[in-house]
Write a new protein. Structure first.
Length: 147
């Protein structure tokens, strides 16, 4: 069985375009994979506001899944210290293995979902690493669309 899953970032877009993309993809639940989801810098994507907007605009659910986020140390290395992406990727993959996310979660958890993070594209974002890692362990069960 294949499970449809999307990913999206909220920076470098308008709220209008963000919610249109979610609605167009028929997302049923946003799965927030940020470590910190309450920053004032998040604008419309601050956790409580985002949950209200999702419910009101699109009838979409919201859940915070920090177990799918990098540690504070990994984020600091990559973002603040401008660390190498490949080093970040290896470190985050090791963290997912340590957390055993492929055993702790089931594909059904992601059905109709959309992983949310701040990066505008999935290319250098941990949300892509999450779905790639899970697909490696689940035999490609997640059919992923990066919005």
């Amino acid at each position: 069985m294949t499970v449809a899953l999307a990913t999206i970032g909220f920076t470098r877009t308008t709220a209008e375009r963000f919610f249109e993309r979610l609605g167009g993809a028929q997302v049923k639940r946003v799965i927030d994979v940020r470590l910190h989801n309450t920053s004032q810098l998040a604008g419309f994507a601050k956790s409580d506001d985002l949950a209200w907007f999702l419910r009101t605009i699109n009838g979409t659910g919201y859940v915070h899944a920090p177990e799918l986020a990098p540690t504070e140390e990994l984020m600091k290395f990559f973002k603040t210290d401008k660390g190498d992406w490949k080093v970040f990727e290896r470190g985050f993959r090791a963290l997912m293995k340590e957390r055993r996310i492929e055993r702790e979660l089931k594909p059904s958890f992601f059905a109709g979902g959309c992983l949310l993070c701040s990066e505008p594209t999935a290319e250098r974002c941990h949300r892509r690493l999450v779905v790639d890692y899970l697909n490696e362990h689940w035999g490609g069960e997640l059919k992923v669309t990066h919005l």
